[in-house]
Design a protein around this ligand. Structure first.
Ligand code: CA
Length: 524
């Protein structure tokens, strides 16, 4: 989109992302009928739905179709100007090779530091800062989940009212822990994910664990001795359900409640303090995308990402299959050749992972994406990458790794994850995310109990219908009310407010999705 510094004040009918593009996206609610003059000399020859593409020029069979100044496909037949260009008319380009991508060739523009922005957060002993004050109960295995759920319900009813400074009690449930090939080469991914989620800044470095006793993932393997997680090594905060001292179910529940009470006392003593915006660790994600994602929400979130980086914060973007077709954009933007090589390593590993399952990155797009005008993964990826903003990529994280373990405490990070909303969110939590930004075009009620999620709608129609689920309406950009820059600032300010305790809609309704581990290793 051409850089405009003030809102046009009126809605355009079709938006072009780059002057060299030969398609534009229809913006109007409900689409536009045949005969509509969408711009000088361009009349629609058929009805084109909202967020779908129209050919701006006559295209010959085999011609490259360009959006974002990138070839998103090749015409499968002649396409006259004014025609609806959808996935049935496009052949998808081959995936870029990873062997000859440019490594750290672009010097990202030097961004002016941004000083003086703060939020009210909870400082932790390890240097991280929480945006919420939550008691989390870690488990080693799915077998204990019913018991932990029962205990959490009792904790909320009987204990939590006495500890008003604690926001919530959350069971960190998962399906891992037993029945798995725990020595498989990729088993460290789910194991470190569970470990690192328990260290999330929103849990105040207060780790307690419920274990069954006989499972493969023993507490000592999940939380190695000497780590910050075992405050008292002689008596770690672990409840073993199979311990012989337990006679009857209520004995287990009482053990969990009495351990929880000690943790709640310490958490309750914490207070919010003024913290610099640099303490934010923001995970960017999109889900239920449409063709507006790359026009409104993702560019505004990308602008906010640049503001965060300027303020010294940490910003993660992820979703391997949604950056794969722009691999060259990422590797060229890497701060160093080593960072670029790490991006290639992660994407190549993921190519192999997909190939082992006999699919490739094209398995990503959904029926909803296509209905929303995204013809294929190339087009989706270009719109997705935009939310990373324009700064240099200074670090790369493998799935389940913790940012601070890698010395990554500021700047833009590529955290390699699958694009699945739940798996990506879970891995970003493990990385140490304390605030989540989620853009959606089709609409999803996504939320996490562990960390606030700010949801950004790409279209005003969605924001109107889901007025009590969406936190931000980026459709105002397409409506001509706001510029990308203005909305970027609005999102940045909202992030500081939410980090300080303002509730998101997902928190208001307690709409929380399950933690979903990425386990590329076999089960047994
Ligand atoms: Ca996603």
């Amino acid at each position: 989109m051409s850089a405009e510094n003030k809102a046009s004040g009126q809605a355009q009918l079709a938006i072009m992302m780059h002057p060299d593009d030969n398609v534009a996206v229809i913006v109007s609610d409900g689409g536009l009928p045949a005969g509509t003059l969408v711009r000088d000399g361009l009349k629609l020859v058929e009805h084109v739905p909202q967020s779908h593409k129209v050919a701006l020029v006559d295209l010959k069979k085999g011609d490259a179709v360009r959006r974002y100044n990138v070839t998103i496909g090749y015409a499968l037949e002649d396409i006259v100007a004014g025609r609806w260009v959808n996935e049935t008319l496009l052949a998808m380009p081959d995936a870029l090779g990873l062997d000859d991508v440019p490594l750290a060739t672009i010097k990202a523009p030097k961004l002016e530091p941004l000083e003086g922005y703060t939020f009210q957060g909870y400082r932790n002993a390890d240097g991280s800062v929480g945006t919420r004050n939550i008691l989390a109960i870690t488990s080693t295995v799915q077998c204990v989940s019913g018991v932990v759920d029962f205990a959490v319900k009792r904790i909320k009813e009987e204990l939590l009212p006495r500890f008003p400074n604690v926001d919530d009690v959350v069971a960190l449930e998962h399906t891992y822990g037993c029945g798995v090939a725990i020595e498989a080469p990729s088993a460290p991914i789910p194991i470190r994910t569970v470990r690192n989620i328990s260290r999330n800044p929103n849990f105040g470095n207060e780790v307690m664990v419920v274990s069954l006793g006989c499972e493969k993932l023993q507490p000592s393997r999940l939380l190695p001795a000497g780590s910050i997680m075992l405050k008292n090594e002689a008596e770690p905060d672990v409840v073993f359900l199979q311990d012989e001292k337990h006679v009857g179910f209520m004995s287990m529940i009482e053990s969990i409640l009495s351990m929880a009470e000690k943790h709640l006392e310490r958490l309750n003593a914490r207070r919010r303090e003024t913290c610099p915006a640099s303490a934010l660790v923001v995970g960017m994600q999109c889900g239920g995308s449409d063709a507006f994602s790359g026009i409104t929400a993702n560019p505004a979130v990308g602008y906010a990402a640049d503001l965060l980086v300027r303020a010294g914060a940490t910003v993660m973007f992820s979703e391997n299959t949604e950056v794969r077709d722009g691999a060259d954009q990422l590797t060229s933007r890497a701060a160093t050749p080593e960072v670029a090589a790490a991006i290639v390593r992660e994407l190549a590993w993921y190519d192999d992972y997909l190939e082992a399952g006999s699919v490739d990155r094209s398995a990503n797009t959904t029926p909803g994406n296509k209905k929303g005008g995204l013809s294929n993964i190339v087009e989706k990826a270009m719109g997705s990458i935009v939310k990373s903003g324009s700064s240099a990529i200074v670090g790369v994280l493998s799935p389940g790794e913790y940012l601070r373990d890698k010395g990554l405490t500021q700047g833009l990070i590529y955290a390699a994850t699958p694009a699945s909303d739940f798996i990506c969110g879970t891995l970003q939590l493990a990385a140490g995310m304390n605030l989540h930004i989620f853009t959606t075009g089709r609409g999803t009620p996504y939320g996490l109990a562990e960390c606030p999620v700010i949801k950004v709608a790409t279209r005003s129609d969605l924001a109107r219908r889901w007025h009590d689920l969406m936190d931000v309406n980026a459709g105002r950009i397409a409506d001509g009310e706001l510029t990308i820059e203005q909305l970027g600032w609005e999102i940045f300010q909202l992030m500081l407010d939410v980090a300080s305790g303002r509730k998101t809609w997902a928190e208001h309704w307690k709409l929380y999705n399950a933690l979903t581990l990425f386990n590329p290793a076999p089960v047994t």
